[in-house]
Design a binder for this molecule. Structure first.
Ligand code: LLP
Length: 418
């Protein structure tokens, strides 16, 4: 059962006609289905039900407080990559002992904040970072729990911008000298080594690269155990892909079965950092057609959402299905669906066959729940869209549309210019 469904040619989210929401809050806006979010979390987390594990939602995919609260209440931990994400996660009620902190550029201020909060562990990406964490922990006279993020040099076969576990990427510590780095970590007074971490990329549509990475990590874990390291945690990152178009990614249960099989002898608590697979297909972006125009070469449908609202098509040339909110009109056309931003790269879809759309029609860009709002910006001084959460028959504004006042908040004209 899909929670974005047509009923008599009108698109609904759960039991709410999307048009009703558009009339009240205006467009554009992100729309999330509570039931879908819950179902996705339970499908993922439940697939690992028989093994010791912790699912940490990757906050960068969708960081709205309400979304974080839904996952925290379902027992989720969080994977954070900044002090801001840690702040949000705590505000939404996540238990600190369920928070892992990844990222190549943690600042001292962020490290201190995470130490004071007593999060579960840092996923450390370089020796210098490890030294900085040791130093900070020393000042608080405490031990910082860490895993080293290993770069296993595996090709995840995804878009190059979202591959992270290859030799050429900035992420992690080269598996070749990771053992020596673990030995260094062991010598550090205020560091407690608790695990091994890796994240090889995003939108993976096959299980094999995960398993290849895992096999490399298993070798390292055995070597570390031989040296007396207690590897309590094995963090496998996120990365499981979703269906945007024709992809057929493994179901979480298939992914889980393969991983459980490969990790059965390791006796570590497994940690996962799923983002996209939990929220991607639980959210859509709603926009209104402002104008249509045709040139000799193309039809353009100009909508009120642009690359500042949903950057993925412009940045990765990624596909988002475009659906009309009302599908009564069966006539079709081929068009570029474009936004109001002053850039030719501002499009939601190119050369797409869609039902004939007219001024005032509402459309949905599907599969926009992950890396949609979180990558939005104020480019062209556009206010960022509202976010709405549907729960059965009801809907709630979980983020107000920004105002022009919000746009200039913090700006000032210095005295000498007055
Ligand atoms: N853990 C780490 C350390 C990560 O860097 C990421 C994503 C995740 C977990 C979650 O990965 P997921 O399960 O969502 O694949 N903006 C891009 C995706 C960038 C992913 C960055 N890291 C997009 O819109 O496709």
């Amino acid at each position: 059962m899909h929670y974005f469904q047509y009923q008599q040619d009108e698109l609904y989210c759960e039991e709410v006609p999307i048009r009703d929401i558009a009339e009240e809050v205006g467009t554009p806006f992100y729309l999330y289905s509570h039931r879908t979010l819950k179902r996705h979390f339970n499908a993922f987390d439940g697939a690992f039900g028989k093994v010791d594990h912790l699912t940490c939602f990757s906050v960068k995919a969708n960081s709205n407080l309400a979304i974080l609260k839904i996952f925290a209440d379902l027992g989720s931990g969080m994977d954070v990559v900044s002090g801001g994400e840690l702040y949000r996660s705590l505000l939404a009620g996540t238990k600190p002992e369920k928070i892992v902190y990844s990222g190549v550029g943690k600042t001292l201020k962020e490290i201190e904040y995470a130490l004071k909060t007593d999060i579960l562990m840092f996923n450390v990406e370089s020796l210098q970072e490890l030294t900085a964490i040791n130093h900070c922990a020393g000042r608080f006279n405490m031990k910082a729990r860490v895993s080293l993020r290993i770069n296993p040099d595996i090709d995840p076969k995804t878009h190059p911008y979202i591959s992270t576990g290859m030799k050429s990427n900035k992420f992690g510590i080269d598996i070749k000298h990771s053992f020596e780095d673990y030995l260094h970590a062991k010598e550090m007074e205020f560091i407690e080594v608790v695990g091994v971490d890796c994240h090889i990329g995003s939108q993976l549509t096959e299980v094999e690269p995960f398993i290849d990475a895992l096999e490399k990590l298993a070798g390292l874990i055995n070597q570390l155990r031989g040296q007396g390291f207690a590897i309590k945690y094995l963090d496998l990152g996120g990365g499981l892909g979703i269906k945007y178009d024709q992809e057929s990614p493994p179901h979480p249960s298939e992914y889980a079965d393969a991983i459980i099989k490969c990790t059965s002898g390791l006796e570590s608590t497994l940690i996962f950092e799923p983002g996209r697979v939990l929220v991607g297909n639980a959210g859509i972006l709603i926009a209104e057609v402002l104008y249509t125009k045709s040139t000799e070469l193309k039809n353009f449908i100009i909508v009120d959402a642009g690359m500042n609202d949903l950057l993925r098509p412009s940045l990765y040339d990624s596909f988002h299905e475009i659906l009309p909110i009302n599908r009564k009109n069966k006539e079709e056309m081929q068009a570029d669906i474009v936004g109001p931003i002053c850039e030719s790269g501002d499009f939601l879809a190119r050369e797409r066959v869609v039902p004939k759309l007219e001024q005032g029609d509402l459309i949905a860009a599907m599969s926009a729940g992950a890396y949609g709002f979180t990558m939005s910006s104020n480019y062209n001084s556009r206010t960022r869209p509202a976010e709405i959460l549907v729960d059965g028959k009801n809907y709630h504004i979980i983020r107000e549309r920004e105002t022009w006042l919000d746009l200039v908040r913090g700006e000032s004209i210095p005295e000498f210019l007055k």
